[in-house]
Design a protein around this ligand. Structure first.
Ligand code: ADP
Ligand code: ADP
Length: 239
């Protein structure tokens, strides 16, 4: 039910740049996908389009039961409640505690007045603890986010996404600013989340070896088009 389907999707930005060109993809629920390509090839646009942040110019995009192409802003907000996002720059509130950063993941599921008062329910907190535990940083609960290392901050961001109880996690170059061992650790976390929780994970990478190691399916992009779609482990540079 939470499959993603793109049918001839083209995305043209207001300045005329065509960032996706007739992209057709079927992504079953529970997929682990690495999207690779040079800078400017359209990886980030693909993720932002699936999340409803960038409008589809032509073609059809369905995410689960949501028809994303042509959807109203209200419908898109509901969609985003079911999709967790992870970014290269972590996007945390640095001065806030790890716990409060993760609780932000509950926003879409919590009445506004309660969040304004900081009144998260006990079940929201339990979800946050479980999410932090699943990425191994529960012990950092009350630390300021900005006091953590880069790898730990990215794990907080992943926990924030998990606290949403998402069906899909979209990660846009999540390890681009991390050193290689830390990058491997974060990729292993994303892979485990996919395997253990059955969440679809789509992760943009510019390093082919990470994609080969942690992707199951690899989608290669060049100039807005899908130029490779298949087995990640078997993909070579010439693909
Ligand atoms: P990648 O993630 O692979 O680096 P992007 O999806 O960011 O690729 O970019 C694809 C193309 O779209 C590039 O030519 C980029 O300059 C362009 N682009 C990205 N965002 C915008 C925008 N908001 N407005 C106009 N052009 C954009
Ligand atoms: P409040 O702002 O209401 O005091 P906090 O955000 O300080 O709440 O969190 C307190 C909650 O955190 C309590 O429910 C407590 O049981 C729980 N808690 C504290 N430390 C941990 C921990 N290491 N693991 C799980 N839960 C914890």
């Amino acid at each position: 039910p939470w499959s993603i389907s793109l049918d001839d999707v083209t995305v043209r930005y207001p300045n005329g740049t065509v960032a996706l060109k007739d992209v057709s993809l079927d992504i079953p629920a529970g997929s682990m996908i690495a999207v690779v390509g040079l800078s400017g090839s359209g990886k980030s646009t693909l993720i932002r389009t699936i999340n409803g942040l960038v409008p589809v110019t032509s073609g059809t995009l369905d995410v689960g039961e949501h028809r994303v192409s042509g959807a109203t802003p209200r419908a898109l907000r509901r969609l985003r409640g079911d999709i967790g996002m992870v970014f290269q720059g972590f996007n945390l509130a640095g001065r806030a505690s790890v716990l409060n950063n993760v609780l932000v993941g509950r926003l879409a599921h919590t009445p506004l007045w309660r969040t304004l008062l900081g009144l998260y329910s006990e079940s929201d907190k339990q979800l946050a603890y479980r999410a932090l535990d699943s990425v191994g940083i529960l012990s950092k609960l009350y630390q300021r986010a900005s006091n953590l290392s880069g790898g730990q901050q990215q794990r907080v961001a992943i926990a924030r996404a998990l606290a949403q109880e998402p069906r899909i996690v979209l990660a846009d170059e999540p390890v681009a600013s991390l050193d290689p061992p830390t990058a491997h650790g974060v990729m292993a976390d994303l892979r485990r989340i996919n395997r253990d929780l059955g969440i679809t994970v789509i992760v943009n990478l510019h390093l082919l070896d990470l994609a080969r190691e942690y992707g199951v399916r690899m989608i290669g992009m060049r100039a807005g088009e899908v130029v490779y779609d298949g087995d990640a482990a078997g993909a070579t540079d010439s693909d």
